[in-house]
Write a protein that binds this ligand. Structure first.
Ligand code: FAD
Length: 455
């Protein structure tokens, strides 16, 4: 192969990660082919089927900047400053995520984001083949077979395959047939349903737009994220069994009764609650673990295909975007594909596991803790310690959402910090008279500066 021949890579799936990775690789001079089972959303309309909008945070934005995609994406984003907590009696409380508007997260529309990234991938030179579902792979002959939905099958040669085909990855299935990947899926015993808050008659947002709204109710909760067309997407997370649950709330009429009892202030805002409930599917939630993400120099998985997670930290896409930057980096750094895939897996697997675990933990925090007085006192101490020790004590949410320190480091430090907050607030109702000298000594003893921690 001449040195001028562009290197070639084949991606399976042109969803969020696939479209971003295609852009990164094409811009780096690679020949990129992407095969997507759905039709082109720019022609047929977006058929996402789940989670209409997503929280975008610094990790994802950094990856978008690497692909020069940030400006285009941010034009459609709505800022969320914090959680707007809706109490049972309708009282509202805004809990800021960060210190000021430099520390916020963004709500983006999945379909718009996907279309923006597809445009950029094509502009960068990637070839996207729509209506091509991966059907089977011959790893020895390096031939992948795609179905076109009309009964046709298309064999295509490849150098290496990247699985960006999401949680139900077909490439993962094909790899698993060839070699044991150690796949394990743990379903959460909670599921979700999406509903919509339309704009008001004069086209305005019906609630405060610059917030992620939460109705915490102990074992279950509702959230709502703004869309730039002035709607909100509401998601109810509910257990599968018990009362209330998806077993006890069986149709739109019963859902309306639950909302009238537990989310009363939301009811007038969701005019089609009953109809949407009956029409929209109930989504399952699961965490996917794999022992191995790659097959020699022939195939590698990333994003949800490698490590799908529950959505409670709003990090699945952000993590998938970080994967894309990491894989692009390792592919550029080594001419040996097997080595690049192995280095990528070694870097990302511990971090994916950390955010999977933190996402599970965050469900309990969101549905049960955000309106708890002990939690709020811990949060007050957390902010005070951040001011006293900005290099050492960075709140958990900030490490995950406003920074790019590895998830595994953020997880470890968060556990140390949480333990410290719980110990020093135990039995207290305020921070008055607290022993700052003892706490400062603890911070110094237990938390190296962040720079040292990631060096
Ligand atoms: P996907 O986006 O699922 O894309 C996979 C693509 O592959 C699709 O286009 C699909 O059509 C295609 N495909 C599938 N099979 C084949 C095949 N056989 N052949 C060819 N193509 C195929 N993440 C966040 O960061 N923030 C959030 O706020 C957030 N909220 C969420 C809320 C909910 C309710 C859910 C369920 C998820 C949420 N996530 C969030 C997670 C996020 O949706 C995923 O992590 C992200 O979509 C993963 O991107 P991906 O490209 O790996 O997979």
């Amino acid at each position: 192969m001449g040195t001028d021949t562009p290197r070639h890579i084949t991606l399976i799936g042109a969803g969020l990660a696939g479209a971003l990775l295609a852009t990164l690789m094409a811009r780096a001079g690679w020949r990129v082919d992407v095969f997507e089972k759905r039709g082109d959303p720019r022609v047929q309309g977006y058929a996402g089927g789940r989670s209409i909008n997503l929280a975008l945070t610094e990790r994802g934005r950094h990856a978008l900047r690497m692909a020069d995609a940030d400006d285009a994406v941010m034009r459609q984003a709505v800022m969320m400053r914090g959680r707007m907590v809706h109490a049972l009696d309708g009282r509202l409380q805004l809990q800021r995520y960060g210190r000021d508007d430099a520390e916020v997260i963004w709500s983006i529309h999945r379909g718009d984001l996907n279309i923006t990234l597809l445009d950029l991938a094509e502009q960068a030179g990637a070839n996207i083949h729509f209506d091509r579902r991966l059907d089977a792979v011959d790893f020895d002959a390096r031939i992948a077979r795609f179905a076109d939905g009309q009964g046709g099958l298309h064999p295509v040669g490849f150098t290496a395959l990247v699985g960006t085909d999401g949680a139900g990855s077909s490439l993962r299935g094909a790899m698993q047939q060839r070699e044991e990947l150690g796949e394990r899926t743990e379903f959460l015993d909670h599921s979700y349903k999406e509903l919509e808050i339309p704009p008001s008659a004069d086209g305005a947002f019906m609630m405060e737009p610059n917030a992620l709204h939460i109705w915490p109710r102990g074992h279950y909760m509702c959230i709502a994220l703004p869309n730039d067309e002035r709607t909100f997407t509401v998601t109810l997370f509910l257990p599968n069994q018990g009362d209330p649950s998806f077993a006890s709330v069986r149709n739109g009429r019963e859902a309306k009764a639950l909302f009238l009892r537990d989310f009363a202030d939301a009811v007038p805002l969701i005019p089609e609650l009953e109809r949407d409930w009956d029409a929209n599917p109930t989504g399952l939630l699961a965490t996917l673990y794999l022992d191995r993400w790659h097959l020699g120099d022939r195939a590698v998985l990333l994003g949800d295909a490698a490590h799908a997670m529950v959505p409670f930290h709003g990090q699945g896409m952000n993590c998938a975007f970080e994967d894309c930057v990491s894989l692009a980096h390792h592919l550029q750094a080594s001419s040996d594909l097997a080595q690049a895939f192995a280095a990528f897996e070694a870097e990302r697997k511990p971090n994916a596991l950390a955010i999977q675990e933190m996402a599970l933990e965050n469900y309990v925090e969101m549905r049960d803790k955000v309106d708890d007085s002990g939690f709020l006192l811990q949060r007050e101490l957390e902010l005070a310690l951040q001011q006293r020790h900005p290099q050492r004590f960075v709140p958990h949410y900030a490490m995950v959402s406003f920074m790019r320190i590895p998830y595994a480091v953020a997880q470890h430090r968060s556990h140390v910090q949480r333990d410290l907050l719980v110990r020093h607030t135990a039995g207290r109702t305020s921070l008055e008279g607290i022993d700052w000298a003892a706490i400062d000594a603890d911070v110094h003893a237990l938390l190296p500066t962040l720079e040292d921690a990631v060096a």
